[in-house]
Every structure is written in structure tokens, then in C-alpha cells.
Design a protein around this ligand. Structure first.
Ligand SMILES: Cc1cc2nc3c(=O)[nH]c(=O)nc-3n(C[C@H](O)[C@H](O)[C@H](O)COP(=O)(O)OP(=O)(O)OC[C@H]3O[C@@H](n4cnc5c(N)ncnc54)[C@H](O)[C@@H]3O)c2cc1C
Ligand code: FES
Length: 291
């Protein structure tokens, strides 16, 4: 593993839970439906200092008697002065369906934050940033987008490309509109399949990429989306001559412990929970089955 990847790990210490195995209590303070499958959640830790995390990290959320699952943190530390944190959860199985049945005031267990984060404070600074997000891939990247927008002067051109399968599956519709109307952001979106409400671009996310005018040597690209998306986006980035060291990907694998002990998330020697989920593409481009 490269030194760069290690540097992206969150420091142990104040940010780490008392025991990596012990869920700490948190209260659900807000929950709202977003689409047919996804709900927005805001949690508040019981501990006074709240959750301390960086964009791109995840936490294990548990319900006693049901189970535990890893979920990305979607809010930015620049916006949660009260120590709360936001998530978007798709109902996929036992734990996520039970989380969808919760109401404000209900309690969950939280372990984390875990994993590497986007290097918003070092490699991203002074660069042109291009965020390429597909579907629920917007969720962890939203944290980094909010972070850089809140420190706008520290970064150069900001581009956001977003693709959803259909208009009704678009997440954070109000925030997408804000991005579209901001003068200091270049925002484009597309849907795979339109409906009568949709007047925008139709096609997969790579159909937006020919519009990109990049200065490859000062551009960092961030990709998060369904597995199939990475391959095609990376092919387009190669045409645009973006170097692998300037590409960051957030990868999902089946996880259990979240802390590098069980091996469930292994990608040919790398642990997605500890070496990732955020990887510099140059560090994994030759790792079989990583992408
Ligand atoms: C680092 C990380 C971040 C994640 N962030 C989010 C998030 O922000 N929002 C969200 O809704 N989900 C997220 N997930 C996926 C989420 O963890 C799974 O949907 C959840 O574990 C399913 O648990 P369950 O008990 O509800 O369903 P299960 O019955 O355990 O699984 C339901 C279905 O989902 C599949 N599944 C489970 N885990 C994964 C996975 N990691 N990748 C792909 N398919 C999976 C199973 O194979 C099964 O088909 C993330 C996963 C990881 C590893
Ligand atoms: S989830 Fe257990 S080692 Fe990664």
C-alpha cells in the first residue's frame, strides 16, 4: 500500500471510538423520505463531542437484535457544528429496512468513523476538482462537495457531474438545483431513462464527459457510483489524459467488522474498510478485481 493511502487514514485518538467493537448510542433526530428506496437520516451521538469525521468515511450503524451495516457519512464536518451527522440509507435487507422504520427520538448504535477519507485538506487544495457521481454514489461525495464549497477559495474550478437511472431516483434534488445555479460551479446531470417531467440530458454519465475542458496536470477527479460506472469513466479520463495519481475512487465491498479484522472486504490483499473506501486510483489500478 502506498504512503499516500496511509496518510488518508483518519488519525486514531480523539476521532476513534473507545473500543472499535463497541457501538456507542446515538439518537435519530431527523428522518425524511427521499425516493421510493432511500431515506435521509440525521443522528446525534450521545457523547458530548459528537461524531468527528472527514468526507468519505463511513460508520457501522446497528440495531440490537437485528444487526449492523456500514453506511457512508453524507454530511460535511464543516456544517455539523452540533456534532450530528447525516446519512442516506437505501432499504436493501433486514438492517436497512428496520432503520427505515425508525422515528425521531429512536436510538441506534454507532461504531466509527472508519476508513480513509478524501484528501480535501491536502491533495485537493489549489486544484481543479471534478466530482463524477452515479446514483447513491452521490451520498459520500456530497460530504466532500459541501466541504470544498464551504472553503471555496482554497480550490480552483469545481465541476460536478451527476447521473441517475431515472428522474425519480435523483437524490438531494434541492441541492442539485443549487449546484446548477451557482456561478462558481460547473454542474451537469443526466438520467439513463427520462420520463415526461424530464427536460434534461438523457444517457449514461459518460455522455457528459466530452464537455469537460480539463487542464489534466492541475485537475483531481473523484468518482463514486455503481461498479460498472468506474470502468467507463476511467476510459474517458484516459482520453482526457488525467493521470491515475490524480483520480480518487470510493469503493464498496461487503463488510462485517469495518476495522480490518474479519477479512470480508478483502480485495486481493487490500482491506476496503481500512485501506479504503477512498483509494487513490494509482494505488489500485494494478490490483486484480479492485475495479
Ligand atoms: C463503505 C460502505 C458504505 C456504504 N454506504 C451506504 C450508504 O451510504 N447508503 C446505503 O444505503 N448503503 C450503503 N452501503 C451498503 C449497505 O451497507 C448495505 O446495503 C447494507 O449492509 C445491507 O444490509 P441489510 O441487513 O439491510 O441487508 P442484507 O440482507 O445484508 O443485504 C441486502 C442486499 O444488499 C447486498 N449488499 C449488502 N452489503 C452490500 C455492499 N456493501 N455492497 C453491495 N451490496 C451489498 C446483499 O448482497 C443483499 O443482496 C455501504 C456499504 C459500504 C461497504
Ligand atoms: S470488514 Fe472486516 S476486514 Fe474489512
Amino acid at each position: 500500500m502506498s504512503e499516500a493511502t496511509v496518510q488518508n487514514r483518519a488519525p486514531a485518538g480523539a476521532d476513534a471510538p473507545r473500543s472499535i467493537y463497541l457501538p456507542e448510542p446515538a439518537t435519530l433526530v431527523d428522518v425524511r423520505p427521499m425516493t421510493k428506496q432511500e431515506k435521509f437520516f440525521r443522528f446525534q451521538m450521545a457523547r458530548a463531542e459528537g461524531m468527528k469525521y472527514m468526507p468519505g468515511q463511513f460508520a457501522e450503524i446497528s440495531l440490537p437484535g437485528i444487526g449492523e451495516c456500514p453506511i457512508s457519512i453524507s454530511s460535511s464536518p464543516t456544517r455539523n457544528g452540533d456534532g450530528s451527522f447525516e446519512m442516506v440509507i437505501r432499504s436493501a435487507g433486514a438492517v436497512t429496512a428496520a432503520l427505515h422504520r425508525l422515528s425521531p427520538g429512536d436510538r441506534v448504535g454507532v461504531r466509527g468513523p472508519f476508513g480513509t477519507h478524501f484528501p480535501v485538506e491536502d491533495e485537493f487544495r489549489g486544484k481543479d476538482l471534478v466530482f463524477i457521481c452515479g446514483g447513491i454514489g452521490l451520498v459520500p461525495v456530497r460530504s466532500a462537495i459541501h466541504y470544498v464549497l464551504d472553503q471555496r477559495d482554497d480550490y480552483r474550478k469545481i465541476t460536478v457531474l451527476f447521473g441517475a437511472r431515472s428522474p425519480e431516483e435523483r437524490l438531494f434534488i434541492g441541492e442539485l438545483y443549487d449546484l446548477k445555479t451557482r456561478k462558481d460551479v460547473f454542474f451537469q446531470e443526466t438520467v439513463d431513462v427520462a420520463d415526461p417531467t424530464w427536460g434534461g440530458n438523457v444517457g449514461v454519465i459518460t455522455t457528459l464527459m466530452p464537455q469537460l475542458r480539463l487542464e489534466a496536470d492541475r485537475t483531481v477527479v473523484i468518482i463514486c457510483g455503481p461498479p460498472i460506472m468506474y470502468k467507463f469513466v476511467l476510459l474517458e479520463l484516459r482520453k482526457l489524459q488525467v493521470a491515475n495519481r490524480n483520480i480518487y475512487v470510493s469503493l464498496e465491498r461487503h463488510m462485517k467488522c469495518g476495522v480490518g479484522k474479519c477479512g470480508h472486504c478483502q480485495i486481493n490483499g487490500l482491506y476496503a474498510c481500512q485501506d479504503g473506501p477512498v483509494f487513490r486510483y494509482a494505488d489500485i489500478s494494478s490490483v486484480r478485481e479492485a475495479i
